[in-house]
Write a protein that binds this ligand. Structure first.
Ligand SMILES: CC(=O)N[C@H]1[C@@H](OP(=O)(O)O)O[C@H](CO)[C@@H](O)[C@@H]1O
Length: 413
């Protein structure tokens, strides 16, 4: 068991600050191991959510949403060579690192285990993690330079993920360029904002959403490593899109040449209902409206040319300069709350499984990072070449649709 860095006094102090001392109510009755475990959980908590909650109550101001210009396929083609040279040079200098968001549990996919360990092959094994690593290896081999790859897992799937990589010899990726870190946890609270407990030594915790990836890197001590290595840009991407280009020099070069503070790969939406976040502007700053928050008014709005005004969706593949990400560490990311059924311990120390929602779970979303950047370059990609997400067990965005696209791109399944 690892050493605790936080003491009981430290823990009590933080909890008091947020009116949550009840978390330590049974501390004296716990054995040493339980005591240590409870303090560790408190240490892992991202308490800033309570600050955001307070702000949320007081603000509620809405901004003005407008469409955004996109760097379209045609323009990219015209400048491709120049973008590529610039991007390749930066990668060869070791200025780019990669972050794979692999904390999800694959619930929609109905798959038990880290999503990246899902086997999409038919007659041979082809794991989602393998697809991503192979894509990166192509760039590594072409440019003759290893690229640091950071993989974010949840607390729950950390062991399963690291041992899966070890079992498969990292799919050929050089060990010293491969790093794993855990996503921070946030406590679930009741409707009065009090942290729920599962047992006297166990807080109800859940992962803090994919928006916390950089603060989780910071907490894991990896931001210092970025600085030491002279890494200036981070390409962050979702584990589930098996066709995406990662460490794409053209994408990186376009952001550098056009001098943007962030860049997002986008596709033309397949239809107004496609479940992708829509890239637009809010009060002239980059903004993404997630699909479940998109109003019909925005969904069907047309331009004077008769096209959908909000026609580009993000594929969850972004580049951010490290110095901008550091600035963001001082900001409170917007918090998305969901009412959930959360099993909890009552006053009699019994575990209760409610039938109705009894509290809130919190998440920050990666797409919310964009609004803290002054600008964002929307970079269009061809969906048939770069967008094959595996999210659902069947139907759209399923293993079946991904396989079709993989085959079209020359993969042997
Ligand atoms: C919070 C977040 O980043 N959501 C992303 C993500 O959606 P999920 O349905 O949460 O997997 O991937 C989509 C692309 O596959 C992207 O369009 C959307 O914005």
């Amino acid at each position: 068991m690892r050493e605790n860095y936080m003491t009981y006094e430290n823990a009590l102090e933080v909890l008091k600050k947020y009116g949550q001392e009840h978390v330590l109510a049974y501390y004296d009755e716990l054995n040493d191991e339980e005591k240590q475990s409870l303090i560790s959980q408190i240490e892992e908590i991202d308490f800033s959510i309570f600050d955001v909650l307070k702000e949320k109550e007081s603000d509620g101001k809405e901004g003005m949403i407008t469409p955004t210009e996109v760097l379209t396929l045609d323009t990219i083609k015209d400048y491709e060579f120049a973008y590529k040279v610039l991007g390749e040079t930066a990668i060869q200098k070791g200025q780019l690192a990669l972050v794979m968001l692999a904390g999800g549990q694959g619930t929609r996919l109905g798959f038990d285990g880290p999503k990246g360990t899902y086997n999409v092959g038919l007659t041979r094994d082809l794991y989602i993690f393998e697809c991503q690593v192979k894509t990166i290896l192509t760039v590594v081999r072409t440019l003759g330079r290893w690229i640091h790859l950071y993989i974010m897992t949840s607390d729950k799937n950390y062991e399963a993920t690291t041992s899966f990589f070890a079992e498969h010899k990292n799919f050929g990726y050089k060990e010293e360029y491969l790093h794993f870190f855990k996503q921070e946890l946030v406590p679930s609270v009741d409707f009065n904002g009090k942290i729920l407990m599962e047992a006297p030594s166990k807080i109800c915790l859940s992962p803090n959403g994919n928006g916390g990836w950089f603060s989780s890197m910071k907490r894991a001590g990896l931001v210092d490593q970025l600085d030491k290595e002279g890494i200036r840009y981070i390409n962050v991407f979702a584990v589930d899109n098996v066709l995406q280009k990662i460490a794409d020099p053209v994408f990186l070069g376009s952001m550098m040449m056009e001098d943007y503070q962030s860049a997002a790969k986008v596709v033309k939406k397949a239809d107004p209902y496609e479940r992708v976040g829509v890239l637009c502007k809010k009060d002239n700053k980059p903004y993404i409206v997630e699909y479940y928050e998109l109003s019909d008014e925005m969904r069907y709005k047309k331009t004077v040319m008769g096209e959908y005004a909000y026609n580009y969706g993000v594929i969850l593949n972004y580049i951010f300069p490290v110095d901008q990400l550091k600035v963001l560490l001082n900001e409170n990311m917007p918090l998305h709350t969901a009412k959930k059924v959360i099993p909890y311990m009552n006053e009699n120390r019994e575990l209760v499984k409610p039938t109705e929602p009894n509290g809130y779970k919190f998440e920050t979303l990666a797409l919310d990072m964009l609004q803290f950047m002054n600008d964002c370059l929307p970079f269009e990609v061809i969906r048939e070449y770069e967008f094959a997400p595996i999210k659902n067990a069947e139907g759209v965005d399923s293993p079946e649709t991904a396989r079709e696209l993989l085959k079209k791109n020359g993969y042997k399944l």
